[in-house]
Design a protein around this ligand. Structure first.
Ligand code: FES
Length: 104
């Protein structure tokens, strides 16, 4: 069963949750009350940008809509993802993410 660890902006652990393969990060964020902020929830605003600290390969590849928003913020997958769009892969084990900081 995959584990998703949510870090605070400063890298300390905020909360972790058990997940299922193919779970959407946005649902896990809501369920775990993660520190990841959301606004549009539809790949428009970029508010939910996260840094994938561990397990980038455990996430499904981003779709074009997500890549376009990341591009607008001059960041690239797989290090950066949108929590409202990313989904665990079928054989995910551990994913660790934190919200982006203002300086990145
Ligand atoms: S919440 Fe707006 S892009 Fe994810």
């Amino acid at each position: 069963m995959p584990t998703v660890v949510f870090l605070n902006h400063n890298g300390t652990e905020a909360v972790r949750t058990e997940a299922k393969p193919l779970d959407a990060l946005i649902d896990l964020c809501d369920h775990a009350r993660s520190p990841v902020p959301f606004s549009c929830r539809s790949a428009s605003c970029g508010t939910c940008r996260v840094v994938v600290v561990e397990g980038a390969a455990d996430l499904e590849a981003p779709r074009d809509e997500e890549l376009d928003v990341l591009d607008a913020f001059s960041v690239k997958a797989p290090k950066y993802r949108l929590a409202c769009q990313a989904r665990l892969g079928p054989s995910a084990t551990t994913v660790q993410i934190r919200p982006v900081r203002d300086d990145e």
